[in-house]
Design a protein. Sequence first.
Length: 555
Amino acid sequence: MQLRSYTITQGRDRAPARSMLKAIGFTDEDLRKPIIGIANTWIETMPCNYNLRDLAVKVKAGIRAAGGTPMEFNTIAISDGITMGTEGMKASLVSRDLIADSIELTARGYMFDGLVCLVACDKTIPGAAMAALRLNVPTVVLYGGSILPGKLGDKELSIQDVFEAVGACAAGKITDCQLKEIEDHACPGAGACGGQFTANTMATVMEIIGLCPMGMASVPQVDPRKDQVAFDCGAIIMNAVKKDLKPRDICTRAAFDNAIASVAASGGSTNAVLHLLAMAKDADIKLTIDDFQAISNRTPLLVDIKPAGKYFAVDVDKAGGIPVIAKRLLDGGYADGKCATITGKTFKQEMANVKETPGQQVIHSLKNPIKKTGGIVILKGNMAPEGSVLKVTGIEKKQHRGPARVFNREEDAMTAATTGKIKSGDILVIRYEGPKGGPGMREMLGVTGAIVGAGLSDSVALMTDGRFSGATRGFMIGHVAPEAQDGGPIAMVKEGDMITIDIEKRKITLEVGKEELAKRKAKWKAPKLKYKTGVFAKYVRLVSSAAQGAVTSEY
């Protein structure tokens, strides 16, 4: 093997480097072996990534057993659920690119021969994949796993229930004591949020695209099987290093199409659009927002999972795991079986070991889809010339027309939603929350949860240049582009303007004439950016449109 790490560790001139490494316990024998970087996103600020420190121990044992030398390093993670509805939420999407940058930088500095990236919360998953695609060294992306459902009496709970209970409490539908009970029981231990929210959506993507070994992501974080999964990653990464099986060999355009189909079939998060666009850019693959619509059009919705469905992520595991979803896609002709995976097997070859639990009802058969088309819809029109994203799982109506209720920041919309100022038929327009205007495209789960909790989800729509949690449900449209800060049409909307949303025509129409819009645009001035120094100021100078993945690289 031609090992990259030998540039750091071997030869007379590298004696100082070896001396420093020996100071922390590495031997000459260790340094002659392939060196595998363990990129760990463990952090003590959330349940999602909480067990990753323990999993790293198992991964390192597996690498040593397979003849390699592990070296662990850390990067950051920002919890969407904890920061939701605050200034802290602006850090979430920004963290994706910082995670990618930090993994890339560390791996370039130490010239690792391979990587195992331990991920869990939303942005850690695409961040790790983006770094892998930039570096193009053999990489396994291992998902820490979902949280178990909480229980309150006979009812199973997720964090989605807490957000919606806030709205129900504000509307007088439940008491403060009942809200506290839900809060205390919804999250029983370590693991990422328990529906097909962004973390589990991107975990599904990692298996389907081939960077995570098939069958490993859906094992819950506190399940004893996860230790063996982590150990087994050692042999898998060492085999990939031996065969020089690199991320760009795996993540071809066909593999990206497979991944998009998995999002459509599983009712996945709208955030997958942002993240797959960003990953494609780092893989040097041409992918556009319109490709998501084309693939969703031809892919049935098959997984009955929250936020709109009945079951939890752990129920997917009980049904046989993500491989059952993969086999449905392959059997239906919705996925390309020739794509490579990190194990060295093709996507089709991996299907030979799929074990579906008899009688399971979570993942529907191809003959009995939940819907004939997938869960993602891309809407354009004069309100969103570059596009916007809507998740249609659980939505039956095809149109909504109503007056605009305009808010220039999320907090004002949240106040309106929790004080009874939003009425049936309204369309909330929350702007200046885009990649630049926010900055960072805050998620609006607090607002959407309040709308659902108040019983208005069937009669109220919302659109924003920000984005949504994967736990959001209802007529909620995110990623409206161009964003308000860039002078997009969403900046020109006035209180009371009529807006029509038409899912079948894939259009959002602001019912204002071109001449009037031109007059408004001529008078409009971009607000001053909210941050003048630090990471947010740097981000605003670099970030692209949401329609391009909100990436911070121009290559």
